[in-house]
Design a protein around this ligand. Sequence first.
Ligand SMILES: [Zn+2]
Length: 70
Amino acid sequence: MAIIFLNLSECPICKKTLDDGQDIVLFPPFTSDKNHKFYLFNDEGVHRSCLQKTTLGLEALQFLETQLSI
Ligand SMILES: [Zn+2]
């Protein structure tokens, strides 16, 4: 599970901080391959709304649900 610090950690999509009360998706560390399609989200917290705004984000959500089953 990603370790994030509310009000300090940044969302890799919008670069804004992850604040308390927001809907945040936590990605576990799932790769050390920097060329991995979803490396951007490796061990990160991301706003759910940001993920849903981009194709890559939606794919990453699906990847999280189907491949990582957390
Ligand atoms: Zn965001």
